[in-house]
Design a protein around this ligand. Structure first.
Ligand code: DP6
Length: 335
């Protein structure tokens, strides 16, 4: 009962932030629908992927999880158990598991390593347990570990419903990676683990006076972006994604305690993107829970945008990426 899977990270074009107190919180159900682009890195050795092997066996007397050679403990293994326990229950199997996972890019630095990580975990575990289910259903189980991970089950452009119950909060593909022309140049400003995790940030979002309006606006923006992707309207997607990112960061900055994920270089990249846009190159920025900036552009402009932002003070490197593929099962096991 052993299987491995590879999944790719994603960037939210319409994001969620914050969780409600009650049952939705235990089930990790986001407060608004979200939209994302699954990414595939074009740098040698950085495909922006997580590769995970899971084995269930009588030889294990406890659950064990190892990420990038570090054993996970406390809340970090509990999060993994949330996904695996639900899948174990579905399969009617009580065996303990061993999980090993490797990211080919910085972990917990605002680059959505938990998205690719939990998507690979869910797919590998379901496959090791012999469960067959639709990707939509799998995405609900993956969501129990990380909301953004539900979207990384799919490649291309993805919609995640906030639903309201475990079954209805699932992801579905809007279109595949070659049906909408959007690429992203990722300005990496800090590769270290962020000092405040998304998990902690979600818990304080409700204290911002802008939280409720962000939720209402984001719900509308998710619909706008989905429609624009289907209509091949790059301008609306980019403009809305940039606006949505600013709303989320406004909530972060006005929460109690406040959360400032940006660094001076973050702002410099944002300003450069706006300047490039005024000069006629169509590009937009979006930023997750960290200082790194995702610059959205057409594939034909990717090299130029990457070049422009790589010269900015404080930008350590730029990873160009295109829309990525579905998560998949592989025979390559990590142990
Ligand atoms: C800002 O709960 O998915 O990326 O703690 O990394 O699992 P992790 O994050 P998650 O929150 C993601 C928040 C976000 C926005 C988004 O992806 O929608």
């Amino acid at each position: 009962m052993k299987a491995s899977a590879i999944a790719f990270s994603n960037i939210a074009l319409v994001k969620y932030w914050g969780r409600s107190a009650e049952e939705r919180s235990a089930l990790n159900i986001p407060l608004n629908d979200t939209v994302s682009m699954t990414k595939y890195g074009l740098v040698d050795g950085i495909c922006l992927q997580s590769h995970t092997t899971v084995e269930f066996s009588e030889q294990y007397d406890q659950d064990t999880a190892v990420l990038n050679s570090n054993p996970l403990r406390g809340s970090r293994i509990d999060r993994i158990r949330r996904v695996i326990d639900a899948l174990r229950e579905l399969a009617g199997i009580e065996l303990k598991f061993m999980m090993q996972s490797r990211n080919d890019f910085p972990t917990m630095a605002g680059l959505a390593s938990s998205a690719s990580g939990f998507a690979a975990l869910g797919l590998a575990a379901a496959s090791a347990l012999g469960l067959t289910m639709s990707r939509e259903k799998l995405s609900s189980y993956v969501r129990l570990g990380s909301g953004s991970a539900a979207r990384s089950v799919f490649g291309g452009f993805v919609y995640l419903y906030q639903g309201g119950s475990h079954e209805t909060a699932y992801a579905e593909k809007i279109c595949s990676c070659d049906e909408f022309d959007m690429s992203v140049a990722i300005a990496i400003i800090d590769e270290n683990e962020k000092p405040v995790s998304s998990e902690e940030g979600h818990a304080t979002a409700h204290s911002s006076p802008f939280n409720d309006i962000r939720i209402i606006k984001s719900q509308q923006q998710a619909e706008i972006v989905r429609k624009a992707i289907l209509e091949n309207d790059f301008t609306t997607v980019g403009r809305t994604a940039e606006e949505n990112c600013k709303y989320m960061h406004a909530v972060m900055m006005t929460s109690d305690p406040p959360l400032f994920y940006w660094s001076p270089a973050t702002l410099n990249v944002m300003k450069t993107i706006m300047k490039l846009r005024s000069a006629g190159m169509e590009c937009y920025f979006t930023i997750d829970a960290g200082p790194n900036v995702h610059c959205l552009c057409h594939r034909s402009d990717l090299e130029s945008v990457a070049r422009e932002i790589s010269g900015i003070d404080g930008v350590q490197r730029v990873v160009p990426a295109v829309a990525g593929k579905d998560a998949f099962v592989t025979d390559e096991h990590l142990f």
